[in-house]
Write a protein that binds this ligand. Structure first.
Ligand code: AMP
Length: 380
């Protein structure tokens, strides 16, 4: 089968790596000449809006998908008219707009931070009367990895925050004093069957994910599954989805969902029976879904800006590096490492994780005690 992907970054690359053993072929439409998925298929290196390239992709592919939310919606719409595309463009139109997304959560009865739409500085001033400080201003579309966001601690911050987000349509939301950040990854097939991965516990700095730990038998698992199930069923979703959550005591607040494979699920390559990448492909191709059971405990550490040497990483027992072959640049995800163990509570695992975090330039995360999830506090 031939799979067309809009986008050619590391998510497309890992999808294609997973698809090789299923005998799938790949074509990527991506304007970046250095698209890191390119070695794994044919690369159409033109702007997304190039209609000839869209036609070529649609004629060649049996099924299409996208690897990130910022592919222009008009392009996704146009490809979907020519060939099967999952998740559908109507899903993408919700996922790429924070206002539509939070409104969906609210309509489904899923708790969120208090939020309000903002289209002007005056709107922002008015909204803050209800939202209260501290709060966070986020562009409705095109934000990722902490970009398009500004923190609001007091009235004096409002004009500069409005400038910082480029006066673009936004939402403002209250800061949630969470105990933990979690994400649930689930996959839904074309007949509505769903499978769920064990929760990931996530640690961010400056809005960028640094570390995810797989949590088998987490007490919040069933509640998280119920929430993502509502969303996937409501959207008649097909493929892999990630739902990012804030845990406050024993309540879960939805932050956002990603209509795709997700950074917090990269550990599934080494530590789950079927990876999130393979299951996404199985779902969109109409194949039976694979089991999501963890075969071992895992932690995933992102390599941001700089790559340690292979030798340094491979000196750590059971560490598997994934280098994306992208140029090193501050704040850019250039790779990740998955560390596995029979038991994440063992001294030995904690020690190896601490060494890996130091190598990845995250010494302050190495200080955290990951054994006692209940004591984790917000550290943004
Ligand atoms: P987002 O782009 O919405 O995924 O935000 C990136 C990260 O910023 C989240 O994973 C949190 O660590 C933090 N963050 C975003 N929104 C909030 C919020 N309302 N309250 C607390 N932290 C937040």
């Amino acid at each position: 089968m031939n799979i067309g992907i809009l986008g050619g970054g590391q998510l497309a690359r890992m999808m294609a790596q997973a698809g090789r053993s299923l005998g799938l072929n790949f074509m990527f439409l991506c304007p970046d000449i250095y698209a890191c998925a390119a070695p794994f298929g044919e690369h159409l290196c033109v702007p997304y809006g190039d209609e000839d390239a869209q036609k070529r992709l649609a004629n060649w592919a049996d099924i299409t998908t996208y690897e990130f939310e910022n592919v222009p919606l008009s392009v996704v719409d146009s490809v979907q008219k020519k060939v099967s595309l999952y998740p559908s463009s109507s899903v993408l139109s919700v996922a790429r707009d924070r206002l539509k997304e939070k409104t969906l959560f609210r309509n489904l009865g899923i708790p969120t931070a208090n939020f309000s739409p903002v289209d002007s500085l005056e709107d922002l001033r008015n909204a803050m009367k209800n939202i209260g400080f501290s709060a966070i201003l986020k562009t409705r579309t095109d934000g990722y990895d902490g970009k398009g966001q500004a923190l609001l601690h007091g009235k004096n911050d409002l004009p500069s925050a409005w400038m910082k987000v480029g006066k673009a349509p936004c939402i403002v939301e209250s800061m949630v004093a969470f105990n933990r950040e979690l994400s649930i990854i689930a996959v839904r097939d074309q007949r509505g069957k769903m499978v769920f991965y064990p929760l990931s516990e996530n640690h961010h700095r400056d809005g960028i994910l640094r570390l995810s730990i797989s949590r088998q038998d987490d007490p919040m698992q069933a509640r998280a599954e119920a929430k993502i199930r509502y969303i996937m069923e409501d959207l008649n979703y097909v493929g892999t989805m990630a739902l990012e959550l804030f845990q406050v005591k024993d309540q879960l607040f939805a932050n956002e969902f990603a209509p795709r494979v997700h950074n917090s699920g990269h550990w599934t390559i080494e530590a789950a029976q079927t990876s999130q990448f393979e299951n996404h492909l199985r779902a969109i191709c109409g194949f039976p879904l694979g089991k999501t059971t963890s075969v071992q405990s895992a932690a995933m550490v992102n390599l941001i800006g700089l790559l340690p040497s292979e030798r340094q990483i491979l000196n750590i027992t059971d560490a598997t590096p994934h280098f994306y072959c992208k140029a090193e640049r501050p704040g850019r995800k250039v790779g990740h490492v998955t560390l596995t163990s029979k038991d994440y509570t063992s001294e030995d695992f904690q020690q190896r994780l601490s060494t890996l975090l130091q190598l990845a330039g995250q010494p302050e995360l190495a200080e955290l005690n990951f054994l006692n999830a209940a004591t984790q506090t917000s550290h943004n």
